[in-house]
Ligand binder design. Structure first.
Ligand code: CO
Length: 212
């Protein structure tokens, strides 16, 4: 069957399966959402947020873009973060990168990619910030993997800089920010265990928005 038509066939099968295990599944789904997670990941078709985490519809608020970026002046991710924290009151904000990321790879190459240039410059900025660490890694694949991890870490910091995060965390002690990397060679989801509290305290010395 043509892949396009197959999508709708799959949808009909999915409805039947969902209703078989829970007759009121769609009734409940339509009542509203109360997700614990905001997930910010790469648009890469191989990184499926819900499938790899076993989360159900309603459990994860999702934002994806090329390279899982949270640029300081990006209205799109800012709106998502603001809504998720201030209105949905998510408990965890996750930035999930992945090894083999085409966006990160492109940012390591000397190449003019047109409209992608200013977007990927955010990743080149991460490289510049951590140039000493990265340049010490001689093996290109290892350097590439490290940049994927550092990019996740820097995007987490960009989230911690926001008024929405600082205000919510100081008043309600949620959400915490996490950095993950998906390894598609093994399927493993790796928690980078970023030190949220330490970063927050350090960040607040410079990016204090007087929200406390
Ligand atoms: Co990617």
């Amino acid at each position: 069957m043509e892949q396009y038509k197959k999508v709708f066939e799959n949808n009909r099968i999915w409805i039947k399966e969902r209703e078989k295990s829970n007759k009121a599944f769609f009734h409940h789904l339509a009542q509203g959402q109360n997700p614990d997670f905001l997930y910010i990941g790469c648009s890469d078709s191989r990184v499926s947020a819900e499938e790899m985490t076993g989360t159900q519809p309603g459990q994860m608020f999702v934002h994806r873009n090329v390279g899982n970026l949270v640029p300081n002046t990006d209205l799109n991710s800012a709106a998502v973060i603001n809504y998720a924290i201030s209105y949905l009151h998510v408990k965890h904000v996750v930035v999930c990168g992945h090894y083999g990321c085409g966006g990160v790879k492109a940012a390591m190459e000397a190449k003019d990619l047109g409209i992608l240039n200013p977007w990927l410059r955010n990743i080149r900025d991460v490289y510049r910030l951590h140039q000493d660490t990265l340049d010490k890694i001689k093996e290109e694949e290892e350097r590439y993997k490290k940049l994927v991890e550092l990019n996740v870490q820097e995007q987490c910091i960009n989230i911690i800089k926001t008024a929405a995060l600082q205000k919510s965390y100081l008043q309600h002690a949620v959400p915490t920010v996490h950095g993950w990397v998906f390894d598609m060679h093994t399927g493993n989801l790796i928690d980078l265990n970023i030190d949220f509290e330490t970063i927050l305290h350090r960040i607040q010395k410079i990016y204090d928005l007087g929200t406390h």
